[in-house]
Design a protein around this ligand. Structure first.
Ligand code: SF4
Ligand code: MG
Length: 283
């Protein structure tokens, strides 16, 4: 069985010292080892942004995609080789602005992909512009008078879109984050894990200290039931989206792979050669 060190490669990340993305990379590597994966059994697909570099920093199959298109690529990889564990990763700008349409439809499609969003509430790679996750009043070069748009709530949107696994964590909480990624990988269906990942260079508001003061850890609520969608939605709204932990999981809904004709083990077992389009239609 591979150790987490075997998921490391010799590429040195060029994130700024202190960037939250380092811990997310470590959590993915630890979770992959903890669930018993081998590097050749994992594919990490990323988008554009500082976070997008992650696919180059993990010893596994990797694909650095284009802006906002992490999920079409990740779903394509999973459909082409369902033996692979597929992790998709990108930033809040990537997934919740240009890629939001894909995010919503990937959620409702429920393919077996784990989507980790590195949410720093700003555009970091392009040197600090307001993102859909920035707070109202947030001042950057793109909103010098302060943002006048409502902050997007990805957890509420995910639940409304029919998500079967919704979690949130903080890059500094390596234990919780690793555990949630493990649970996301094991979940039969699409898992969204939004991770607060401070941008120390451009976001001087949502700092490590700010997150520590504002995060509400679900551990505070021992009776919380993550299988109740209404309770989950209420809790997200009560905590202004600052909840961390496993917020919602539906284990009864089948994944896309379980439902799609021609994608079942018995159909694929018949294939001992490259399948033709005609044969595919008949599966
Ligand atoms: Fe991280 Fe921000 Fe530096 Fe990008 S600019 S590497 S998000 S700290
Ligand atoms: Mg960002």
């Amino acid at each position: 069985m591979a150790t987490f060190k075997e998921f490391r490669n010799n590429v040195k990340p060029n994130w700024c010292p202190g960037c939250g993305d380092f811990s997310i990379q470590a959590a993915i590597q630890r979770a992959a080892a903890n669930v018993g994966l081998e590097p050749e059994g994992l594919a990490v697909i990323s988008g554009i942004g500082c976070s997008g570099r992650i696919s180059g920093y993990i010893n596994a199959y990797g694909f650095h995609g284009i802006h906002g298109r992490v999920l079409p690529i990740a779903q394509g990889v999973k459909l082409a080789n369902r033996e692979l564990t597929v992790i998709a990763s990108g930033g809040d700008g990537d997934g919740f602005a240009i890629g939001m349409g894909h995010t919503v439809h990937a959620i409702r499609r429920n393919l077996n992909v784990t989507y980790i969003v590195m949410d720093n509430q700003i555009y970091g790679l392009t040197k600090g512009q307001t993102s859909p996750r920035s707070a109202e009043g947030f001042k950057t070069k793109s909103t010098p008078e302060g943002s006048i748009e409502t902050t997007l709530s990805p957890l509420e949107i995910a639940l409304a879109a029919g998500a079967t696994f919704v979690a949130q964590s903080f890059s500094s909480d390596l234990k919780q984050l690793t555990s949630l990624i493990e649970q996301g990988i094991k979940h039969e269906g699409f898992s969204l894990i939004n991770v607060f990942s401070p941008c120390v260079t451009f976001n001087k508001i949502n700092t490590y200290d700010w997150f520590k003061e504002n995060i509400v850890n679900l551990e505070q609520f021992p009776d919380y039931d993550p299988t109740n969608r209404v309770v989950a939605m209420n809790k997200i709204m009560e905590t202004n989206g600052m909840l961390t932990g496993l917020i919602y999981q539906n284990t009864t809904r089948k994944s896309y792979e379980d439902l799609i004709t021609g994608f079942k083990p018995e159909a694929l077992a018949k294939q001992d050669h490259m399948i033709t389009p005609d044969e595919f239609q008949k599966l």
